[in-house]
Design a protein around this ligand. Structure first.
Ligand code: CP
Ligand code: NVA
Length: 307
């Protein structure tokens, strides 16, 4: 049980292991079928809506020869009638890996602590590590020499921002976080990004002014302003408005800079239609790459990688 590998957060993999997974994802993008999950089942527990994560994991498991088993949290006994730990123990007797999207990071950690199969975090309020690996993969497709380049994230200091900053640090990519006062990363996540940045000799820094923040960046990245589970908040929306990626802001960026968004996008809010549909947008490549990267991650965690 102790040698089971989980992916609760980006740093559950070493920098070297992230490299292996991203390189394998590139191979899987060219050769999508591989029988490494033949006869295996992967449970997908979702307590929040999802298009990309649910579908890319389902299709990915199938393309690797396995069977995805979708479990909406409301249909499980988990939490209502039994503990997360007991659910972990029982599912571990049936399935070969558990993917979970939920609210509290602690729930993923608790599930992993009692599971004897790999547990993968498919988004919590705190982290979105599968997205972050994919973001780096996509950035590297745009810039095959990514070391020393900068991704500027603009908007809410949320789960996507935190995981992106840590993944950037661990892969040699600088990350500038441009968030309005009051919407920075939580202090513990900021401390984690700084620790990763120092360990890997990379810069993760904060720049309040969005125009300054995009100057010199190779990618501009944004996410929704109100995340799943959060209430609409006019004050927050108004603080975030200057951080929208639109044609005016893009003029301050280098001509080579690409635009990224994890999706779903709220067009006309954090990103304009023209930017999202424009020539510099790689948002749909990002969405596609979820499939390739997560397949490589599954192959790695289930000990079937060909690296
Ligand atoms: N980016 C992302 O995780 O999308 P979904 O919420 O559709 O899964
Ligand atoms: N920050 C967003 C990401 C969605 C993929 C959320 O948590 O809703």
């Amino acid at each position: 049980m102790s040698d089971v590998r989980h992916f609760r957060k980006v740093s559950d993999l070493s920098a070297k292991e992230i490299r292996l997974v991203l390189d394998d994802a590139a191979r899987l993008k060219l050769e999508p079928r591989r029988d490494v999950l033949a006869g295996k089942t992967v449970a997908l527990i979702f307590s929040k809506p999802s298009t990309r994560t649910r579908v890319s994991f389902s299709v990915g498991v199938y393309q690797l020869g396995g069977m995805p088993l979708f479990l909406g949290e409301k249909e499980l006994q988990m939490r209502s009638s039994e503990t997360i730990e007991d659910t972990a123990r029982v599912l571990s007797r049936y399935v070969d890996a558990i993917v979970i999207r939920t609210f509290a990071q602690q729930d993923v950690d608790d599930l992993a602590a009692s599971a004897s199969v790999p547990v993968i975090n498919a988004l919590t309020d705190e982290r979105h590590p599968c997205q972050a690996l994919t973001d780096i993969f996509t950035f590297e497709e745009c810039f095959p020499d990514p070391r020393g380049r900068t991704i500027t994230y603009l908007g809410d200091g949320n789960n996507v921002a935190a995981s992106l900053a840590i993944a950037g640090a661990m892969t040699g990519v600088n990350v500038c976080l441009s968030t309005p006062e009051g919407y920075d990363l939580p202090a513990d996540m900021w401390a984690e990004t700084q620790k990763a940045a120092t360990a890997h000799g990379v810069r993760v820094w904060q720049e309040r002014d969005p125009h300054t923040a995009v100057t010199g960046a190779s990618a501009l990245y944004t996410d929704v302003w109100i995340s799943m589970g959060q209430a609409e908040d006019e004050e927050k929306l108004s603080a975030l408005r200057p951080y929208a990626i639109d044609e005016r802001l893009l003029e301050f960026a280098s001509p080579h800079a690409v635009v990224m968004h994890c999706l779903p996008a709220h067009r006309g809010m954090e990103i304009s239609d023209a930017v999202m549909d424009g020539a510099r947008s790689v948002v749909f490549d990002q969405a596609e790459n979820r499939l390739h990267v997560q397949k490589a991650l599954l192959a790695f965690l289930l000990g079937a990688d060909e690296c």
